[in-house]
Ligand binder design. Structure first.
Ligand SMILES: [Zn+2]
Length: 242
């Protein structure tokens, strides 16, 4: 029976798209809301990042702009904190005397930058969860790339061994999505402590927490959909009776 017309597959597709769609909508709407609210911290995005890094004795971490929306990240190999143009633009425009699209440093931008500084701190501290996640990366790349095709080929051609190899490979990808959770939640915990220490209080503190929480849900959604897909593959291999 073709996979595409499998009702269980349709249910899986609807559920996983629902979960990831909801998480993506939530992070975008929360970010949009708090990117209009000024943090009250009288610095631009890059100065803010520099200040946070220096306070954590991370003067060696460089800061660079990177194109896109919500593309902010910390690169542990190059020791670079990349700030998205979306986060940086408002402050850069204001500095040049042009009309800014939003506040100089919004609550959302402060939260995102603080989160990335959280990753830089984890890296400097040799965080166990971060190390574990990096260890799984090669297996996870294999798992999310070729492994599903091995499962499908194995099931269709009825070569159970091939399907099981694919399932184990995909299992590594699932493990990676779960190993990501403590790293991301840990970085957000550090981020909240940073922004509180800098005087982001009251409603703005709640806003920063909302932004970080919404971002965390996207990782939970990713782990959940990976697990559901894994269970579907396992059912295809071991559970089908038709
Ligand atoms: Zn992160």
């Amino acid at each position: 029976m073709p996979l595409l017309f499998d009702p269980v597959y349709i249910v899986l597709l609807v559920v996983t798209l629902g979960i990831t769609g909801w998480a993506a909508w939530r992070v975008r709407s929360t970010y949009a809301k708090w990117s209009k609210v000024d943090s009250g911290l009288n610095v631009d995005a890059f100065d803010f990042a520099r200040r946070l890094l220096d306070r954590q004795n991370l003067a060696d971490v460089r800061i660079e702009p990177t194109p896109g929306q919500l593309t902010d990240h910390y690169d542990p190999r190059g020791k670079v904190l990349r700030v998205s143009t979306q986060v940086a633009d408002a402050s850069a425009l204001e500095t040049r005397g042009l009309a800014a699209s939003g506040p100089r440093l919004s609550v959302a931008a402060a939260a995102v930058i603080a989160h990335e500084v959280g990753h830089a701190v984890q890296d400097a501290q040799g965080d166990t969860a971060m190390k574990l996640r990096m260890l799984i990366v090669p297996a996870a790349q294999f798992g999310s790339g070729i492994a599903p095709w091995l499962v499908i080929a194995g099931v269709f051609l009825q070569i159970t061994g091939l399907a099981i190899v694919g399932l184990i490979g995909f299992g590594a990808a699932v493990l990676f999505t779960f190993a990501t959770l403590p790293v991301e939640i840990g970085a957000s915990g550090k981020a909240l402590a940073f922004v509180n220490g800098l005087g982001l209080v009251g409603e703005k503190q709640d806003g920063a927490r909302d932004v970080l929480k919404a971002a965390a849900w996207t990782y939970v959604a990713g782990a959940l959909t990976a697990l559901l897909t894994f269970l579907y593959y396992a059912w295809l291999i071991f559970g089908r009776r038709d």
